[in-house]
Ligand binder design. Structure first.
Ligand SMILES: [Zn+2]
Ligand SMILES: [Zn+2]
Ligand SMILES: [Zn+2]
Length: 256
């Protein structure tokens, strides 16, 4: 089962560059130092599955030339992972079908509040058409593709990581319960958040992410949800151990 992964965004909630920041990273001319909010597209068996739809969703869909989506998995309700959902309207109209969104109960409740106009009884014409599918920590399928939710903690907020085939994606976490490790073991590719060199209350720092990679032993690992505080892409990437790289916007990988 071959899958193609496209990193649509690899930045933290503020993106890189950050508004008004005068630091050298935010002024870098290296394209790999430009990071939209974190999201990945998984192309598998002719299906397109998206993880998270943040404020850069519209541009990410245009930039990746995505023509349809078969499902959107939402890791958690923070705006940098959900704010773009209104723009599924384009897919609604062109593909003449509603968009399926998958998230746990608490996150669905938040989406119903944040996008109240889209879920009101009296439908205003031209609204996003979204079907909310509730998931829990049990595996489920989208068009026959098995998705395994992985429970991780983002400070006190429970968040889902997801495994699809041999690909595991864990954004916005600073703790992975040991009981969940078995879902990750054997992954060919693990993507994990590594915000910056210093510890943070709700994200793995880069050293903590590297420790988790040591424990979980994927064949390859990529760091995402990166802050300008992490440093220049090239310098940091060169300092990483074998088999670990910083992800960057537009990076594509194939998993066979
Ligand atoms: Zn985030
Ligand atoms: Zn900066
Ligand atoms: Zn978050």
């Amino acid at each position: 089962m071959t899958s193609k992964i496209t990193f649509l965004g690899t930045g933290t909630s503020l993106g890189v560059p950050m508004i008004a920041c005068q630091c050298p990273i935010c002024h870098s001319s290296d394209k790999k130092d430009k990071r939209l909010r974190s999201s990945v597209l998984i192309e598998i068996e002719g299906r397109n599955i998206l993880i998270d739809a943040g404020p850069d969703f519209r541009w990410q869909m245009l930039r990746s030339k995505t023509l349809h989506l078969d499902g959107i998995l939402i890791t958690h309700e923070h705006k940098d992972h959900t704010a773009g959902l209104d723009d599924v309207r384009a897919f609604n109209w062109l593909n003449n079908t509603p968009c399926h969104v998958y998230a746990e109960e608490r996150v669905l409740k938040s989406l119903r509040q944040e996008f109240a106009y889209a879920f009101s009884e009296s439908k205003y014409p031209g609204l996003p058409e979204v079907i909310l599918n509730e998931i829990d920590d049990h595996p489920f399928a989208i068009e026959g593709i098995q998705i395994i939710p992985i429970r991780v903690m983002h400070h006190r907020l429970p968040v889902f990581g997801f495994r699809i085939g041999d690909f595991t994606y864990i954004t916005d976490a600073n703790y992975i319960p040991k009981e969940e490790y078995y879902k990750i073991y054997g992954s060919k590719v693990l993507v994990i958040n590594g915000l910056r060199p210093e510890p943070h209350i709700s994200h793995f720092s880069l050293p903590q992410a590297l420790e988790m990679i040591e424990v979980l032993k994927p064949e390859r690992a990529y760091i995402t949800h990166i802050s300008h505080q992490l440093g220049f892409h090239r310098t940091v990437n060169d300092s990483l151990p074998p088999g670990v790289e910083l992800a960057y916007d537009g990076l594509q990988i194939e998993i066979r």
